[in-house]
Write a protein that binds this ligand. Structure first.
Ligand SMILES: Cc1ncc(COP(=O)(O)O)c(C=O)c1O
Length: 471
């Protein structure tokens, strides 16, 4: 329930974010943009780009890992960024390695291809995961590992009772358990306590933190997942093309890279047909690192420290509560609710993301594509579709395995899959959703403009010409 005095007090307490918005994000307000896609990507502060450009203009940087002064200058900045990443996440360098990747997906693929899946090993994952986590099952399957999904409660989109599934794999040799700290679909924050629980059952734990860390503290001195993928553009918007895999040394020692490439080996012999992998992070960083962009990571993390991720968390939580409350109160004149929210409708154990559909005055889903198109016209950036999270989508939109299989078969002819025919086959159910997500410099004006936009759908009917395309 929205309480004005509480709202005002927390809003004032987090006013450093309004100062930040005025200082660094004037472009949002001068252009009249409402940005509500922080789970898609964070927005960069102007000074981060400016200072990074200045660094590049005044420094001569060569390809790292050589002894020339320009190479050493790059190596120094790259290693500084690595140390800053470990420090930011409070990861003890004796326990964790920071392996730079292109993005969170790159980090996840490294785990998938290197984890010692084999006959008799086990991969357990929550249905609520990003596609780049689901994709790991294909590595597991190819090596003969068994795969188990933990289902979701269709109303809360939480995963009750993970223990029985974990316990079923107790006797497996190498076991990996993967879940997101925060769902990129529903915003559900799955318990960090699962890490220790799964490790006690002998699992290595992959905690996908990509959607969590932009507005939550991940403290790796308090929890100890074995693998943690992150994309930095989701935290502070710049640069794209840099992510990290934080990997526990103990878990990484079990892994085997399926290939070698530039920079990952101590020696390679063509005549003796042998290679010896480099140690530590070097064995996992293929080719030349994004060394010109890595220094910006240090600056971005310094900004997160200056603002305090706890402050971002507090502001975002406040605005999400306000938004959820107002969305649920939107009604047609016939008293029917306009908004159907997927997942938790309160702020407890949930983050900045809200997935929903609108239902028109006659009780029919308004196509999510129509909502997105109308938002675009008003300079409101939202996202629509399935958000690369098929599991949360299937549970929230109640698509059964049978319906999915039947419709894939119906939509496939001569080996060609027709996505429109697939969505036609799924019928009157919503085939995707709308997602809004708040972040570092979201403010009440953004939320209020979005609520005015939504309220305009009250008493209207959806436009059926959009209805058959899916996500
Ligand atoms: C929870 C989660 N995991 C992984 C990813 C993949 O991130 P990237 O596209 O940066 O590789 C995303 C991206 O949205 C995400 O939200």
């Amino acid at each position: 329930m929205f309480e004005r005095s509480h709202f005002d007090a927390v809003y004032a307490r987090t006013s450093i974010l309004d100062t930040l918005r005025q200082r660094e994000y004037r472009r949002l307000d001068t252009q009249g943009q409402v940005y509500l896609d922080y789970t898609g990507g964070g927005l960069y502060p102007e000074s981060l780009v400016r200072e990074h450009a200045e660094l590049l203009s005044h420094t001569v940087l060569g390809n790292p890992h050589s002894q020339s002064p320009t190479s050493l200058a790059s190596t120094h900045l790259v290693e500084q960024a690595r140390a800053d990443v470990l420090r930011y996440f409070r990861a003890d360098p004796d326990e964790y390695l920071a392996i730079f990747t292109a993005n969170a997906s790159g980090a996840l693929k490294l785990v998938g291809e290197s984890y010692p899946f084999a006959e008799g090993s086990h991969f357990v994952l929550v249905a609520d995961n990003h596609n780049s986590v689901h994709g790991i099952r294909e590595f597991a399957r190819r090596q003969g590992a068994s795969i188990d999904y933990i289902p979701l409660d269709p109303t809360t989109l939480r995963a009750p009772g993970i223990e029985p599934v974990l316990e079923a794999g107790m006797n497996a040799r190498h076991k990996l358990f993967a879940y997101p700290a925060q769902s990129n679909y529903s915003g559900v924050q799955h318990p960090l306590e699962w890490i220790e629980l799964a490790q006690r059952c002998g699992y290595d734990v992959l905690l996908d933190a990509a959607a969590f860390v932009p507005s939550n503290r991940l403290d790796l001195s308090a929890v100890h997942p074995d693998f943690v993928p992150v994309s930095f553009y989701k935290m502070f918007g710049y640069p794209t093309g840099v992510g990290v895999l934080l990997a526990r040394r103990k878990a990484l020692a079990k892994c085997r890279r399926p290939w070698f490439g530039g920079g990952t080996v101590k020696i390679v012999s063509t005549k003796a047909d042998l290679h010896i992998l480099a140690d530590g992070h070097e064995a996992y960083e293929d080719g030349t690192l994004n060394y010109l962009n890595l220094p910006a990571i240090s600056r971005g993390l310094a900004l997160m420290d200056e603002i305090g991720v706890e402050t971002i968390h507090e502001r975002v939580e406040l605005l999400v509560g306000y938004l959820l409350d107002a969305m649920l109160r939107l009604r047609h004149d016939n008293g029917k609710a306009l908004v159907e929210i997927y997942g938790p409708v309160g702020t407890g154990q949930r983050g900045c993301t809200i997935a929903f559909n609108l239902i028109d005055v006659s009780g029919v889903y308004i196509p999510f594509q129509q909502v997105e198109a109308e938002a675009n016209q008003q300079q409101i950036s939202i996202r629509a579709g399935c958000f690369c999270n098929p599991g949360a989508g299937e549970y929230s939109l109640t698509h059964t395995a049978e319906a999915v299989k039947r419709c894939v078969a119906a939509a496939t002819s001569d080996g060609i899959f027709d996505i429109d025919a697939y969505h036609d086959c799924l019928g009157s159910k919503a085939t995707g959703a709308v997602r809004v997500s708040l972040g570092m410099v979201s403010n009440k004006q953004d939320v209020d403009r979005f609520l005015v936009f939504l309220a305009d759908f009250c008493n209207r009917r959806g436009d059926p010409s959009y209805a058959h395309a899916g996500c």
